[in-house]
Ligand binder design. Structure first.
Ligand SMILES: *Cc1c(COP(=O)(O)O)cnc(C)c1O
Length: 388
């Protein structure tokens, strides 16, 4: 039987054993006092990890897209002007999603591989026609990273809500939600948080909650309506059980363990580890002669890397040979360039050992494609940078 390969895609990631064990715990009622403690602690830890002591955390059963849906359904009313800063597929997804809730959506779309043109954003917001602006912290289709501080800053100055898609960044890239003035920051469990797919997680500022509370129209989505979920989250925060729809009990047990581990590592140490992994991975790929998809090193994500195939390398041959060497990588996601590049996830509990195994497998893949390079040159570059 073929050995299981190590999964180094940008979500789902490899999960820690203790987290996986929580998923197999015996059935507990969602109103069991022990579970009430678990859920309450998970919500409190979310505030710590998001650095949002003033924020209201929400945990819903679903994926990251459900978190996007919840933001759209609750913060948009028909006719609202929304500015989407798109650096890839996930920004583009927000255009369609917000439109379905009646928003008038304008997109400031970056060229593939480039970050946000803040001058254009400034100009657009100056028209005064907007109620909300959104950006993708790390767009997983391009590995481009956007500065959330600038998003918060520009939103404050123009008095609009700032929404950050942090699905590929929360707990991997630095975020200070309160300090940076971000009104909603959301993620999904299977990315840098490190819990199997199944939870939509977001923290909402008091300003965004006020916007929600002063809606003129009913939220046109039954499951996502914060009016249903707010009392539930508040009850568990206060050590009481409440019911609207059954929470994902075992996933929430796993979430508490994952968040505890993040807290134990320390957020600053964790961001620094991701920074070193990202830099080491990009150095290795560059040393192997590959070009990185993000054009500017300062805008390259640390949670995943994206690189163009060298001339003549075939995606299928490459990915199969990498898998044969024990590692699963992701192909391209952006429809305009999909067959031309691949992606490596290096978030969550990933350490230098897993990264080196991955670079070794990438060298095997390039060999299989007949690409010429000196074997070990990628490994040496990764080691030098990670341990420098
Ligand atoms: C993965 C991802 C999403 C979508 O999350 P799902 O869990 O796949 O629904 C949204 N935005 C970004 C940046 C992502 O990486």
């Amino acid at each position: 039987m073929a050995k299981r390969a190590w999964v180094m895609v940008p979500g789902p990631i490899e999960f820690e054993v203790e987290v996986l064990q929580a998923l197999g715990a015996p059935t507990a009622s969602h109103v069991d006092p022990d579970f009430v403690d678990v859920f309450g602690e998970a919500l409190a830890l979310m505030r710590t990890v998001w650095r949002a002591p003033e924020g209201q955390p929400f945990v819903l059963a679903g994926s990251g897209t459900l978190a996007m849906e919840a933001v759209g359904a609750n913060l948009i009313e028909p006719g609202d002007g929304v500015l989407v800063l798109s650096t890839g597929v996930f920004g583009d997804r927000f255009e369609d999603l917000f439109s379905r809730y009646g928003a008038r959506v304008t997109v400031v779309r970056s060229e593939i591989g480039y970050g946000v043109d803040w001058e254009k954003v400034e100009q657009e917001l100056s028209t005064g026609d907007y109620r909300l602006v959104t950006a993708t912290h790390v767009d997983t289709s391009t590995a481009v990273r956007v500065d959330p501080r600038r998003l918060g800053d520009v939103a404050r100055r123009h008095d609009v809500l700032a929404v950050l898609d942090g699905v590929c960044s929360v707990a991997g890239e630095r975020i200070d939600q309160d300090e940076w003035g971000l009104d909603a920051v959301f993620t999904a469990s299977q990315k840098a948080i490190g819990v199997p797919p199944g939870l939509a997680l977001f923290v909402v500022s008091p300003r965004a909650l006020n916007r929600f509370l002063s809606r003129r129209t009913k939220v046109p989505n039954y499951y996502c309506d914060w009016a249903q979920w707010l009392p539930i989250m508040q009850a568990y925060q206060q050590g009481k059980a409440a019911y609207f729809a059954t929470p994902a009990v075992n996933h929430i047990k796993a979430l508490r363990i994952a968040l505890r581990r993040i807290q134990d590592e320390g957020l600053d140490a964790r961001f620094e580890r991701h920074r070193r992994l990202g830099e080491a991975c990009r150095s290795a790929l560059t040393a192997l002669g590959l070009a990185i998809v993000p054009e500017n090193e300062g805008e390259a994500a640390n949670t995943l890397s994206a690189a163009w195939y060298p001339h003549g390398a075939d995606a299928g041959t490459f990915l199969a040979a990498v898998r044969e060497a024990g590692v699963v990588l992701a192909g391209g996601l952006h429809p305009k360039i999909a067959p031309k590049y691949f992606r490596v996830g290096h978030m969550g509990a990933t350490g230098p050992g897993e990264l080196l195994a991955t670079i070794g497998a990438i060298e095997r893949g390039l060999c299989a494609c007949g690409v010429g390079f000196e074997p070990g040159v990628g490994l040496r570059a990764a080691q030098r940078v990670y341990w420098s």
